[in-house]
Design a protein around this ligand. Structure first.
Ligand code: CP
Length: 333
């Protein structure tokens, strides 16, 4: 494996092997597996879990890591191609990325969507441009449209909990948030659940439909896995028999990149805060999932987040465990 970028680059068998490896490394630690190896971590966007879990994963396998982010005392980094650098930034990403990559044996890069152009973000242009500058194994730590480490951890979390794959109903629901957030988690989560063979339902208000290409890609994955993908605006219909409610806020796709129009659209949607009544016609043990960070009382009520349905903490721990498997595959042997 040279690149961990998109779960759909892998077969279901390969994902199952990675999850089995993650479980093995968690239960039977290999503290010398990556001795002498260095992971370079470039964070162009903020993080808690991804930053900490990659450093912890590398440490548990006997390797080391270093972090570069704009919040450190580094030169300002310019990311725009073809720009005359007569402003504040003294360093261009075209030099920074290969330099950072050359200090390690693998590199992880996080760069959220710029949300200027939906087509550019769907093509993951900024991440792909950086990927071309790297000649060591590369991990996508969240780009405009992918978050494969989150997807692998979420898949493992459902396996750990015995959530059914075939016949399992997975509801991805838009939730209110005061700001327009990227499409990476919802888009890649739909692919993950469809690949797992689940009956995926995407629930969102008008103006927030996931792009057609994302739904079409998920339907293709579902055809191979025996699952299905549907979309609805009807919460009751979506939640009927649900095994998982995965909440996430995302940008308006009807007004992508238009902050004012997006805010106007979402201001009447504050009732899209997950609460107990959402689960009335779901499975009794329907799980609540969220990738975190999550705004309490905005995205989800405390009683759901702190209640027995919530699996957000095992999900977050599985980030580290899943990433140990990815690092092991990329760097050992
Ligand atoms: N879920 C996730 O990626 O968390 P961070 O943004 O804190 O890394």
């Amino acid at each position: 494996m040279k690149r961990f970028n998109d779960l759909t680059d892998f077969s279901r068998e390969e994902i199952a092997d990675l999850i089995a490896l993650a479980k093995r490394l968690d239960e039977h630690p290999e503290p010398r597996a990556l001795e002498g190896k260095i992971l370079s971590l470039l964070f162009l966007s903020p993080s808690l879990r991804t930053l900490a879990s990659f450093q912890a994963a590398m440490g548990r396998l006997g390797g080391d890591s270093f972090v570069i982010s704009p919040s450190m005392s580094i030169h300002g980094i310019e990311t725009r191609p073809g720009i005359v650098m007569d402003g504040a930034a003294a360093e261009h990403i075209r030099e920074a990325v290969p330099v950072i990559a050359s200090y390690g044996d693998a590199i992880g890069i996080r760069a959220f969507a710029e949300r200027r152009s939906l087509d550019e973000d769907l093509a993951d242009r900024e991440f792909e441009n950086m990927a071309q500058l790297v000649d060591v194994p590369l991990i996508n730590m969240e780009s405009a449209i992918q978050h494969p480490c989150q997807n692998l951890a979420d898949w493992k979390t459902m396996d750990d909990l015995g959530v059914p794959s075939a016949g399992g109903r997975f509801v991805l629901s838009w939730a209110y948030h005061p700001r327009a957030l990227p499409l990476a988690v919802p888009s890649s989560t739909v692919q993950m659940a469809a690949m797992r063979g689940m009956d995926v339902v995407v629930l969102n208000p008008e103006g927030f439909d996931l792009p057609d290409s994302i739904i079409a890609k998920a339907k293709t994955a579902a055809e191979s896995s025996g699952g299905s993908v549907t979309t609805t605006r009807d919460r009751k219909e979506a939640m009927e028999g649900a095994h998982v409610l995965y909440a996430k806020s995302w940008s308006s796709t009807a007004h992508y990149g238009d902050r004012i129009a997006d805010e106007a659209l979402r201001e009447d949607l504050v009732d899209w805060c997950v609460d107990d009544p959402w689960f009335e016609n779901a499975q009794d043990n329907c799980r609540f999932m969220h990738c975190l960070p999550v705004r309490r009382g905005v995205v989800v009520a405390d009683r759901v987040l702190d209640g027995p349905r919530s699996v957000v903490l095992p999900e977050a721990r599985n980030r580290m465990v899943a990433q140990m498997a990815v690092l092991h595959r990329l760097l050992s042997g």
